[in-house]
Design a protein around this ligand. Structure first.
Ligand code: F6R
Length: 241
């Protein structure tokens, strides 16, 4: 596990650089996209590089997770967030960016179909990740099986409180359920790139890098990945030994 401590803008540049290097060598690469605030500067940097010639035209992308039950046009539906923050700003082909369908009539079927789609694409080459203050990656909350695959999960009160800022500050408006790639799904990606900034992430980053591997801090599974890059600013790194 490689840990890089640098200012936020530099972290975004490093993540974008890794994606540009991948796409240059393998234009048909499969990217894993995260939502939340952590990757936003990376998406800004990718949009800038796209203007300078970086193409996503042959690439595909899979999202990590999706809320269950938000209306199709809700601005916080992750499919819409990804469209706004990155997909519409670069040249992905129509249908090249996929996410789990949180409005499917049969959610279990939608999860199984999503796993099949990732496998059929040959797996994810580079997965961007954020981390929750409770140590979740995607929406694998504490107690998630380390062997989990895409499935329906209940969000913790902590995560719903953390995400209330995207819902006008109202925790009651944050959905209670989501579909999320499992920890084993994420671990199947060939390169994991996690970004974390700010003091609120310091304990989770400490556990991720220095804690024992435990389902109670789901991100610790990344210690077992052969190619994991942890990009953190000084505040998020402040509890590292
Ligand atoms: C989002 C996701 C979550 C976030 C995490 C951190 O797709 O899977 O795990 O990465 O909740 O969120 P931010 O970046 O908003 O602090």
């Amino acid at each position: 596990m490689e840990v890089v401590i640098a200012p936020g803008d530099e972290l975004a540049r490093l993540a974008a650089e890794a994606i540009e290097t991948l796409l240059t060598g393998r234009p048909q690469a499969v990217l894993g996209l995260a939502t939340g605030s952590s990757p936003l500067k990376v998406y800004d940097e990718l949009a800038r590089r796209h203007k300078d010639g970086l193409s996503f035209a042959r690439a595909r992308a899979f999202m990590l997770d999706e809320y269950v039950g938000l209306p199709d046009d809700h601005p916080e539906r992750y499919r819409n967030v990804i469209e706004k923050e990155i997909a519409s700003r670069v040249d992905f082909a129509p249908g090249a960016v996929r996410g789990p369908d949180g409005n499917a009539a049969d959610l279990a079927r939608a999860c199984a179909d999503y796993e099949e789609a990732i496998a059929a694409a040959g797996g994810v080459d580079l997965q961007l990740l954020g981390i929750g203050t409770d140590g979740h990656i995607a929406f694998n909350e504490p107690g998630s099986s380390l062997a989990s695959r895409t499935r329906i999960k209940t969000l913790t009160r902590q995560t719903r409180q953390d995400n209330a800022r995207f819902f006008g500050g109202s925790v009651d408006d944050v959905p209670r359920h989501c579909l999320t790639q499992g920890l084993a799904t994420i671990m199947s990606a060939r390169h994991l790139v996690l970004l974390a900034t700010g003091r609120a992430k310091a304990e989770a980053v400490h556990q991720l890098v220095e804690g024992p591997v435990s389902a109670m801090w789901p991100a610790t599974i990344m210690q077992l990945h052969p190619h994991a890059t942890i990009l953190v600013d000084a505040a998020a790194a402040s509890r590292l030994q």
